[in-house]
Design a protein around this ligand. Structure first.
Ligand code: SF4
Ligand code: SF4
Length: 295
């Protein structure tokens, strides 16, 4: 999981580690005096699953959604691309209305978590990461004064976080793994960063890439798998994560066709041969013109 979710407000508070069974006192609802305050100062990073849910809700392609509702940023010092929700000039979320969130059922992960923070840590030599939670108890947020008490796990279920976490986990794990791998996977070439952006956020473009003849000639997938990738966004997102792991860490979970490499070299050779022949023909025509004109 990511080590941090962006929260709508900057917190000055030192987080105290909480666990799934820890009880918290908090309730956000229309009746609180601060209703919508956090949405009017929004700073939200988005995950691939957030994009899928919102683009579907808005009836947009991923490209249209990215253009209208997101801004890019760098998630680490190596330039791994992230996206944040676009806001208006006063930092208010474009989806906030007097009645609350206009895309409530499809709001992003970070909105569901707030004011709960989440941190994942991979201890040295551990095979899996450990999750911690912390509360951001800010003065303006009156939800902390409401009497409702529930465990963090109950809160996660009520807010739909459990499902979102399930879909986000593997993608966030790529970043955790990249960080713990250190400099060996540090500086990625521009083309790999572009691939990460496309497979993470620009689903419709990634789908065209996966359905292309060139991709099919390289990777050995069954027709049923292609059908799922053509029609199901979540299947495509999960495939994109496998593909990124293959590119980033050399994991070989997507089978390549036998001789794919040789065929690519052969094709490249064909292109070079065609280019050479064209150049010879052009030169020959130039020489013929020269003789004809008697120069
Ligand atoms: S998406 Fe909805 S919940 Fe999230 S900041 Fe915007 S209005 Fe608020
Ligand atoms: S109670 Fe907190 S989370 Fe709810 S609207 Fe107010 S500031 Fe936002």
């Amino acid at each position: 999981m990511s080590d941090k979710f962006d929260l709508p407000f900057e917190s000055q508070l030192a987080p105290q580690k909480l666990e799934l069974g820890t009880e918290i006192q908090f309730h956000c609802h229309k009746g609180v005096s601060c209703f919508n305050a956090c949405c009017k100062k929004a700073d939200l990073s988005l995950t691939p699953y957030d994009v899928i849910r919102m683009k579907r809700r808005l009836g947009m392609s991923s490209g249209e959604f990215l253009k209208a509702h997101t801004v890019p940023y760098q998630m680490d010092q190596h330039g791994v691309p992230g996206i944040k929700m676009r806001t208006d000039d006063s930092s208010a979320c474009l989806f906030v209305t007097d009645e609350g969130c206009s895309i409530y059922e499809d709001r992003p992960t970070a909105c569901r978590y707030y004011p709960l923070g989440h941190m994942a840590v991979k201890e040295a030599n551990a095979t899996s990461d450990s999750a911690y939670y912390f509360m951001i108890n800010e003065e303006h947020c009156m939800g902390h004064k409401e009497p409702k008490v529930q465990t963090i796990n109950e809160y996660r279920r009520e807010l739909g976080i459990v499902d979102y976490d399930g879909y986000n986990r593997d993608w966030l794990d790529i970043q955790l793994k990249k960080r713990s791998a250190g400099p060996s996977v540090g500086n990625l070439p521009e083309s790999t960063l572009q691939l990460f952006f496309m497979a993470s956020y620009d689903m419709d473009r990634f789908r065209r890439f996966v359905m292309s003849e060139q991709f099919r000639a390289t990777y050995d997938l069954e027709e049923g798998a292609y059908r799922a990738l053509e029609t199901e966004d979540v299947a495509l997102m999960q495939f994109g994560i496998r593909f990124m792991r293959q590119v980033f860490f050399g994991e070989r979970t997507i089978p390549e066709r036998a001789n794919a490499w040789e065929e690519r070299v052969e094709k490249r050779q064909e292109v070079w041969d065609l280019r050479r022949d064209a150049e010879v023909a052009r030169k020959q025509a130039q020489d013929d013109d020269m003789y004809e004109s008697g120069e």
